[in-house]
Design a protein around this ligand. Structure first.
Ligand code: NDP
Ligand code: HEM
Length: 492
């Protein structure tokens, strides 16, 4: 009856007598403790916020469909790639990295590109970025890197000096720093940027043979970017420019799409690759490892409720499906643990039963039970231990990946190949003159605000990459003003 009349109820489904006026002792007297309607309303509101993501707190997402366009069944037995034309439902969340919730989504930063494929074999999460590389290659440095990008612990605003302080002392960051400070560091919203799995992953075929693989999602809208002046202006007018752009495009039926390409490398080729093929600060050159088209996804459905579906979305590099696996990339190895761990903190131990996170095309038959907010059937009366003479689901040994050869002593061995400038140089040389000019201007505008010692260290790193780059940045920094608040309060 409540439903038919659209009556407002409390959380127990009981109609509420008023949504506007509290129960009081007469017109001017105090409120009554028995006003459960008011108490429940306030109590629920007080608990509306959950912890924000420790990184990538600002973002938006949408549902879509992935379609296979080219056969790769010789490389992987993953069911989502099993035939040309096959469609798999997806959820994708785009994000910025450093700003806290409430921040703008069109400033200069790396963009997150997190994809959840609801496959018949369970969910595959490819939690990538809009760059094929990263700032560090050992997870021990991740927390420090992120802190250098977020607010100063005393003053509570982000400071260019903290970024360059860290980067100038971590040479492996130089390739990604050039990316970030170049055109692709300020993409024109989520629709006009590529996505990358970034790490090396592995494909496992039907004969249990392994091939190393990298994933590239090229935007079908074309890569577009904002100049420094444009994003600074626009984020004042509409701090959620990217969120709005994506939502409106989908709402108008102008569905954005990306084409999936892969690069593959045999285990034999990996041995002679000039760099460590599992080093996240390196790409595999296209000329040697050409892109092969595999499929395309389009985003065609906006979420009905942002909190339920986007804020509560939980992606994990730990979620792989038979036919797809990890590599020894140290960063990836750490991420296998980190995401599910943070989800248990952010969303609770049963985060994977939230509708956006649960498997849509496979039956979940996990051994887990109980815990806070267990709202499904909790495996009913099924025996809750194993082994048992009663019915109990069986593990599937056919999905055990091929064994990996290992060598070396267990130790803290640094990846100290001293090759940080190699690919940064390839990157700089690839840019045309206008791109170089914008890159130098962006770097100088930011590095120019920093202490001399930081500038000196960073210029030395640029010099290892390219003499011309170092000289141009040094010259351009000459005209940069140190930070000040402008306009000063009281002057306008
Ligand atoms: P190629 O010259 O074969 O290809 C260059 C790639 O760089 C293209 O994918 C292009 O993307 C992309 N690109 C073009 N302009 C920019 C820019 N301003 N910022 C970032 N990327 C850009 O490259 P190689 O494979 O020989 O590698 C050379 C350098 O290119 C690397 O150091 C790397 O930084 C960069 N790169 C390499 C990629 C790889 O996986 N090999 C991927 C992306 C960049 P698009 O075609 O989408 O326009
Ligand atoms: C989010 C950890 C490197 C892409 C996160 C979150 C954590 C985290 C804790 C918050 C997750 C949440 O609350 O939902 C780490 C660690 C890393 C690492 C420990 C390295 C050791 C990377 C790399 C990439 C990446 C290399 C991309 C290639 C993302 C994305 C998100 C994210 C896209 C947002 C996911 C979403 O939209 O919900 N990361 N990260 N991270 N990370 Fe990482």
């Amino acid at each position: 009856m409540s439903e038919e009349k659209n009556t407002l109820t409390n959380a127990a489904g009981v109609p509420i007598p008023s949504n506007e006026v509290s129960r009081s002792a007469g017109k001017y007297g105090p409120l009554l403790l028995e006003d459960y309607t008011l108490l429940e309303k306030m109590a629920h509101f007080n608990r509306e916020r959950i912890p924000e993501r420790v990184v990538h707190a600002v973002g938006s997402g949408a549902y879509g469909t992935f379609t296979v366009t080219d056969d790769i069944t010789h490389l992987t037995k993953a069911k989502l790639f099993s035939e040309v034309g096959k469609e798999t439902e997806m959820f994708v969340r785009f994000s910025t990295v450093a700003k806290s919730k409430g921040g703008s989504d069109i400033y200069r930063d790396i963009r997150g590109f997190a994809m959840k494929f609801y496959t018949e074999d369970g969910n595959w999460d490819l939690v990538g970025n809009n760059t094929p590389i990263f700032f560090v290659r050992d997870p021990m440095k991740f927390m420090d890197f992120i802190r250098s990008q977020k607010e100063n612990p005393q003053q509570n605003w982000r400071q260019d000096e903290m970024w360059w302080d860290f980067w100038s002392l971590v040479p492996e960051s130089i390739h990604q720093v050039l990316w970030l400070m170049g055109d692709r560091g300020a993409p024109m919203g989520w629709r006009h940027m590529n996505g990358y799995g970034s790490h090396t992953f592995s494909f496992i075929d039907a004969d249990n043979q392994r091939t190393w693989v990298k994933f590239h999602f090229k935007t079908d809208q074309g890569n577009k970017f904002f100049t420094e002046e444009q994003w600074m202006h626009l984020q004042g007018l509409e701090p959620r420019w990217a969120t709005k752009d994506l939502y409106q495009a989908i709402d108008e039926g102008n569905y954005p799409s990306w084409t999936l390409h892969i690069q593959t490398m045999t285990e034999e080729q990996a041995k002679s690759f000039p760099w460590n093929p599992f080093d996240l600060t390196k790409v595999w050159p296209h000329a040697d490892y050409p892109l092969q088209r595999v499929g395309r996804f389009e985003l065609n459905c906006n979420p009905e409720n942002f909190f339920a579906e986007v804020e509560q979305a939980a992606f994990s590099p730990g979620n792989i499906v038979p036919g797809i696996s990890w590599s020894p990339d140290r960063m990836l190895q750490a991420r296998i643990m980190s995401y599910a761990d943070t989800h248990r903190h952010r969303l609770g131990v049963n985060y994977d039963t939230i509708p956006v996170n649960t498997a849509h095309a496979a039956k979940v038959n996990a051994p887990y039970r109980d815990g806070l907010m267990r709202v499904d059937g909790n495996n009913g009366s099924r025996t809750n231990y194993h082994p048992t003479h009663h019915d109990y689901p069986k593990a599937d040994e056919s999905i055990i990946p091929p064994p990996s050869p290992l060598e070396g002593m267990a130790d803290r061995v640094e990846l100290d190949e001293n090759d940080h400038a190699d690919q940064a140089r390839l990157f700089y040389k690839m840019l045309d003159e206008d791109e170089k000019k914008r890159l130098v201007k962006n770097i100088a505008g930011s590095l120019g605000k920093c202490m001399d010692i930081i500038q000196k260290h960073q210029i030395a790193l640029f010099r290892e990459v390219d003499e011309d780059l170092a000289n141009r940045v040094s010259t351009a920094m000459g005209s940069v003003q140190k930070p000040k608040i402008d306009p000063k309060p009281g002057t306008v």
